[in-house]
Design a protein around this ligand. Sequence first.
Ligand code: C2E
Ligand code: CA
Ligand code: CA
Ligand code: CA
Length: 286
Amino acid sequence: RADAAMYVAKNAGRDMARFYAPEMEQIAQQRLALEQHLRQAMALGEFSLHFQPKVNAVSLEVVGVEALMRWDNPELGAVPPARFIPVAEETGLIRPMGAWVLQQACGQLAQWHAQGLDYLGVSVNLSAVQLADTGLVAQVRDCLQAHGIPPEALEIEITESVLMDNTSLAEEQLAALKALGVQLSIDDFGTGYSSLAYLKRFAIDKLKIDQSFVRDMLADPTDLAIIRAIIALGHTLGLQVVAEGVELEQVAAQLKGLACDELQGYYFARPMAAVAFEHWLQERKQ
Ligand code: C2E
Ligand code: CA
Ligand code: CA
Ligand code: CA
C-alpha cells in the first residue's frame, strides 16, 4: 500500500510538472512584465485615484469618499488593484505609491473643502508595508499640514492582518496616527484571523464589514447573523460600523434597519474620477 501511495504521488508530481510548468512559467513572466511596468508607472503618470462615496445609512447623505488607486498602462491596459497592489507590496514600490495616494487624496479633499464641500472626509488604504515605515507618521502629519486639512477628515483603512502581525512599531505608529487626530478603520472586517483583543489594544474608530458578508446577506442567514454580530460588537465598543459592497436597495434598507452607520457600494455609486464625483454629487442634490 505504501508503494502504491508512493507510485501515485510520484506520478502526480510528474503530471504536475508536465502540465503546470509552462503555465507557471507564463505566470512568472507576466508577473515580471507587470513589475517592470509598475516601476515606471509613477514617473510616467499612469496612476490616478478614483473616489467612491460613503453615505450615512439613515439620511443617505454623503459623508465622504474612499480613494482607490487606478493604473492605466498603454501596454497592459487597466490593471486592477488586486493585481498590482500585491506586487507593489512585495517590491516595496507601495511606499512611494502610498505616499502619492496620500498626497493626491489630501490635495483633492482640500480642493473640495475650498469649494464648500467641507463636510466630506476621505479614506485611504494603508498597506502593512507602509505601517512598518518609521517615517509614516511624519508623512501623514506633513501632508495634512501642507493641504490644511483637519485631521479628523482623513480616515486610514487598515486590514486585520496588519494588526495581527503586529510588531510594537505598528502599534506605536497607529497610536501616533490616532494622536494626530486621524480616524482609523479596520477594512474587510471579519475575514482575518479575528482575535478581538486588538480592538481593545488599538484606538480604532470604525469597523468596515467585508463585502463578502454584505453581498449574500439577503440569501444567507449566516452572513446576516455575522453582520448583526459585527454591528453589535462595534457599537458595544463605541465604534462606527460601515458596510461596503452594498449593491441593492433592499440591502441598504436592511442595513439601516440593523443600525449600521455608513454604507458604500455600487447601489450608490461606483468609484469614479474626481470630476465625475462632483457631477454625481450635483445631480443627487437636485
Ligand atoms: P478595498 O479597500 O476593500 O476596496 C473596496 C473594493 O471594492 C474596491 O475595489 C471597490 O471598487 C470595490 N467595490 C465597492 N463597492 C462595491 C460593490 O458594491 N460591489 C463590488 N463587487 N465591489 C465593490 P478596487 O478599487 O478594485 O480595489 C481592490 C482592493 O485594492 C481594495 O480593496 C484595496 O485592498 C486595494 N487598494 C485599492 N487602492 C489602494 C491603495 O491606494 N492603496 C492600497 N494599499 N490598497 C489599495
Ligand atoms: Ca478599503
Ligand atoms: Ca474592504
Ligand atoms: Ca478587500
